[in-house]
Design a binder for this molecule. Structure first.
Ligand SMILES: Cc1ncc(COP(=O)(O)O)c(C=O)c1O
Length: 409
């Protein structure tokens, strides 16, 4: 890739040790810091500090930088700055959407909410927590590609009065795209609100928040080349939320001094989202090249192999039957390829990925695939050479592990 504004991971060259030339294929967990974000943070670190709530000049300098970041994020999303709550990431934005809408309803009467069965664990976690307080929370089943069935959603909407539905744009483990705009129409027809977690789609697919017709939308800086620990919740004008962490910041919806430098980086990365989007076809080609190489690694299964218009182009989820994903990921790391077993948040645990649980069944064949699934995710800054080398490293890792399985000593 040629765009100098894009992040450049460490070059991977034959002859270097694997550790010195780690090829990073885990962009869906956190993308490398992009150049505009790095520059903005470094510049700001020299002279922007203080509390944006302070009335003196120092505080106002910080306030100005924060306002600029907010405007940059709003412009990139095509919304107004005052409609955004800047957060510590999409996890917090998701929790604010759920608690903010549902907590006041729960206080008055029982309420119900739905979420796609492959939503990010942060949505599932807040749904579970609110269910313990009386919320009727239900998952919407998905098919083998991780996509919801709209007819099923409509049935679930008919069965009870649903106040909120969460449907992500792009899945974090499969890259599959959900029918968000269609779902929003159905949800509105039944008097509910639609919250969309757009974390994995932003910067990969063209985003038109207003055409999506959602009521709340979460994004994360970490996936677009901003510092981790940054994100935002967009709230459609007229949608009322209760604060989760009361305080005077963020229009009373999120108390606490803002993560000034992180959010300055978030603003700069958001301002460069057009460059990122322009590179999406090249990123997709790199992902496809990786899959072409991996098909030469013996029996291998690809999850959610969808037509181009129905997936994001940056994720490749594959399983080598008979292998164990945690061991594979460790062996690949040693060989110089960073990947993940399921999404980063689940891979720290030994729990099966809820996404793979939701799209599968209980057959022995599926359990074998589930155990052996590795997620690769790519992005701007990677080159064809990186992918060729990564593919070689992965292939030889698989061959070595297979050899060991055949002769355990
Ligand atoms: C779809 C989705 N939602 C939410 C999150 C959480 O984002 P953050 O790390 O900014 O809290 C992630 C992180 O991987 C994600 O993929």
């Amino acid at each position: 890739m040629t765009d100098s504004a894009q992040p450049k991971p460490p070059p991977a060259r034959t002859g270097e040790t694997a550790a010195a030339s780690l090829i990073y294929l885990d962009y869906a967990a956190a993308a490398p810091l992009c150049e505009p974000a790095r520059q903005a943070v470094v510049d700001a670190a020299h002279h922007v500090w203080g509390n944006p709530s302070s009335v003196h000049g120092r505080g106002q300098l910080a306030r100005g930088a924060l306002d600029r970041a907010r405007r940059q994020v709003a412009t990139a999303l095509g919304v107004r700055p005052g409609e955004l709550v800047l957060t510590s990431g999409a996890t917090e934005a998701n929790a604010l959407a759920w608690r903010g809408v549902l907590a006041p309803l729960l206080a008055a009467a029982p309420a119900a909410a739905l979420f796609g069965a492959v939503e990010h664990p942060s949505v599932r976690a807040v749904a579970q927590a609110l269910a313990a307080q009386g919320l009727g929370a239900e998952a919407i089943a998905v098919d083998r590609q991780g996509v919801i069935d709209l007819a099923q959603l409509e049935l679930q909407l008919r069965n009870r009065r649903v106040a909120l539905v969460s449907l992500q744009w792009v899945n974090q483990e499969l890259g599959s795209v959900q029918p968000v705009a269609e779902a929003a129409q159905l949800v509105h027809a039944h008097g509910g609100l639609l919250h969309c977690d757009a974390t994995q789609g932003w910067g990969k697919l063209p985003l038109d928040v207003l055409a999506m017709a959602v009521d709340l939308l979460s994004v994360s800086g970490a996936k677009i080349g901003a510092p981790s620990g940054t994100g935002a919740l967009w709230i459609k004008p007229g949608v009322r939320l209760q604060a989760v962490q009361p305080g005077h910041q963020e229009q009373g919806l999120r108390g606490g001094t803002e993560n000034l430098l992180g959010l300055i980086g978030f603003g700069a990365a958001a301002a460069a989202i057009g460059d990122r989007l322009a590179l999406a076809p090249e990123v997709r080609a790199l992902r496809d090249r990786l899959w072409a190489i991996l098909q030469d690694s013996g029996p291998v299964h690809r999850h959610a192999a969808l037509p181009e218009a129905q997936e994001s182009g940056h994720i490749l989820s594959v399983a080598w039957p008979g292998m164990e994903a945690p061991r594979l990921v460790m062996a690949m790391d040693l060989a110089g390829v960073a990947a993940s077993a399921g999404s980063a948040c689940a891979s720290g645990t030994q729990q099966p990925s809820p996404v793979l649980q939701a799209i599968g069944d209980s057959s022995a064949e599926w359990l074998t695939l589930r155990r052996a699934t590795v997620r690769f995710s790519v992005g701007p800054g990677l080159t064809t050479q990186d992918i060729e080398l990564a593919g070689e490293r992965i292939r030889s890792t698989i061959e070595r592990l297979r050899g060991r399985m055949r002769s355990p000593d």
